[in-house]
Design a protein around this ligand. Sequence first.
Ligand code: NDP
Length: 278
Amino acid sequence: MDGKTLAARVREEVADGVRKLGGVGLATVLVGDDPASDIYITLKQKAAREVGMNAVDRRLSAETTQDELLEVVAELNADDAIDGLLVQSPLPSQLDETATIEALDPAKDVDGLHPVSAGLLALGRPRLVGATPLGIMRLLAEYGIDPGGKHAVVVGRSNIVGKPVAQLLLQANATVTICHSRTDDLPRHTLDADILVAATGVLHLISPDMVKMGATVIDVGMNRTEDGLFGDVDPGAMDRAAYMTPVPGGVGPMTIAMVLSNTVRAAELRLGSLALPR
Ligand code: NDP
């Protein structure tokens, strides 16, 4: 499953949306100097500028206090030129991630992490949903894979990937199983998956013999090693899967593209030009 090509198409759609709206703003906040976070923010900023967005890149020192961070969030919340706002995680240890997320204006919450966003998703009335889960659903749709009636197994239960993708799959009428580090006999579950989503950050946790013949495998993992970037799924699983996302070039590029798409959606919602399901 080619995430790179699809992401390029999504970015064209987004550029179109930005032109139609006559200006859309995305602000990112990065605290400290975590090298992986720096890469993600740089990619998001570059992509936002390429589609014609007003991209605001706030970088704060690793010593930033909670009050200072909340002040920056409040300033961006109040800035009418900003439609989408995200704070890159992880935050340095002196900072409270939950309090920071709760301080975001839910109308600008393009990572879908605010309790209002997560709550609406759980109620089946999604407003802003995180970019990675959305990118996964877009990939499935692109390849004509309807989750309806299928058994989807999500390995990982984080708020940013595992839980929201499980909710979206459920909403798309899949029968959903969520596995995690305390799951007994993981292969028993993965072997029954028509759609398997691996989002653990454990290098090659899913071996080929854990994948059902003909399954669709979505590898979210991004594990950086001296030899390069690898997923949570052993690439040998491609021999058993009917469809599988590569790492790199699968979910990663879709995440960046869907952050942009979410920002256009946030702008449309703020303008009241997009109706929400009730
Ligand atoms: P978290 O660390 O927040 O969550 C990992 C999840 O995996 C947890 O629920 C954990 O279980 C579970 N887990 C860990 N070890 C095992 C195991 N041995 N067996 C079963 N489950 C296990 O990670 P994220 O969700 O933030 O990210 C997951 C991966 O996806 C990472 O590699 C990250 O870099 C990547 N990622 C990639 C993105 C992309 O765009 N491609 C975007 C976001 C993330 P428990 O809850 O019990 O601890």
